[in-house]
Design a protein around this ligand. Structure first.
Ligand code: GDP
Length: 304
């Protein structure tokens, strides 16, 4: 809970801050109240449909429980947020951990700047601290800076990074990583990929080829294909998720920068419109600023 509170409380623009000050206004709970609440939710990136749904449920619940004091609605809101998040839960909402003898491969996709490299660095540390062997692959051979950044994380958290020459075929670098991980009995192989959206078709083909390369080498892998999205990009994050899901069949999402200017509400928008779980959240730039997503902690954290 501490990580969530620390990460989420910073911004006065956040969903939690907005709800907090709204509920503290000692207003009568009437239709105007619910209209304003709905506007607030839309402003906080919850999405129109989700905002309407949530407001309707709160209206019913308030009537049913005869809630007169808006502050008391907090608990009901937390309850409803969790419910909303957990419905349509068709996929594993936690990271799928390694079970077999072969390395578990996690493929990270997302646009440049979303936080892929940082997330991989943080997750490498988490997995390593839990006693696993971890290896990283720098498959964004397009940008030298991306490779350097992943190597820096590799050094920081003390894990090996497999990389190729600039402009090498990303799939060949991934193949080399797979060989190396299998030969060294590595538990987790985390693959960083390119995110240039300027040439979307090429990027999607490249990701598809990487995915097939992994699958050919180890048939039931990659077991996670995680889309990393910058939580502060608002509704645009939803479009990205839909775009990537078309080609790479995602297993889940990582939402980063929930500590920054993010309003947090996008978690619910994505949840309601796609049946994709948020598996991890980024709450800062340091190695320890990564948490497993937990709907209840998230909802409670909003109000701290
Ligand atoms: P990539 O291009 O997708 O690999 O993105 P990077 O990992 O390079 O991240 C882009 C920038 O976002 C870097 O400056 C990171 O330090 C920063 N960043 C990534 N995750 C977080 C986060 O959870 N919180 C904050 N505040 N910054 C983050």
């Amino acid at each position: 809970q501490a990580t969530y509170d620390r990460g989420l409380k910073k911004t006065s623009n956040s969903l939690g801050e907005k709800l907090n000050s709204f509920l503290a206004q000692f207003r009568t709970i009437d239709e105007d109240f619910f209209d304003d609440l709905e506007d607030l939710l839309i402003e906080a990136d919850v999405g129109y449909e989700t905002a309407e749904l949530l407001t309707d449920e709160l209206r019913n619940e308030a009537k049913l429980k005869n809630v007169k004091d808006s502050k008391l609605l907090k608990n009901v809101i937390v309850e409803k947020l969790v419910e909303l998040y957990e419905q349509n839960n068709t996929k594993d909402s936690k990271l799928i951990l390694k079970t077999g003898d072969m390395p578990a491969v996690f493929l990270f996709v997302g646009v440049n700047g979303a936080g892929k490299t940082t997330t991989i660095g943080k997750l490498a540390k988490k997995l390593k601290d839990a006693g696993n062997s971890v290896m990283l692959v720098a498959a964004d051979t397009f940008r030298a800076g991306a490779v350097e950044q992943l190597k820096a994380w590799g050094q920081r958290v003390d894990v090996q990074v497999i990389s190729g020459n600039t402009n090498a075929d990303p799939s060949s670098v991934v193949y080399e990583g797979l060989e190396c991980a299998v030969n060294n009995h590595i538990d987790y192989l985390l693959v960083d990929t390119a995110g240039r959206l300027q040439n979307k078709v090429n990027l999607m083909n490249e990701l598809d080829k990487i995915n097939r390369t992994i699958h050919r080498k180890i048939p039931d892998q990659p077991q996670e294909i995680l889309l990393v999205i910058d939580g502060s990009t608002g509704q645009n994050a939803l479009n990205q998720a839909k775009e990537f899901d078309k080609t790479t069949k995602l297993t889940g999402l990582v939402l980063t920068k929930l500590d920054g200017s993010s309003k947090g509400g996008i978690v619910l928008a994505i949840r309601n419109e796609m049946s994709l779980p948020v598996k991890l959240v980024g709450l800062g730039e340091k190695a320890e600023d990564l948490a497993e997503f937990d709907a209840e902690k998230f909802a409670i954290g909003l109000f701290h």
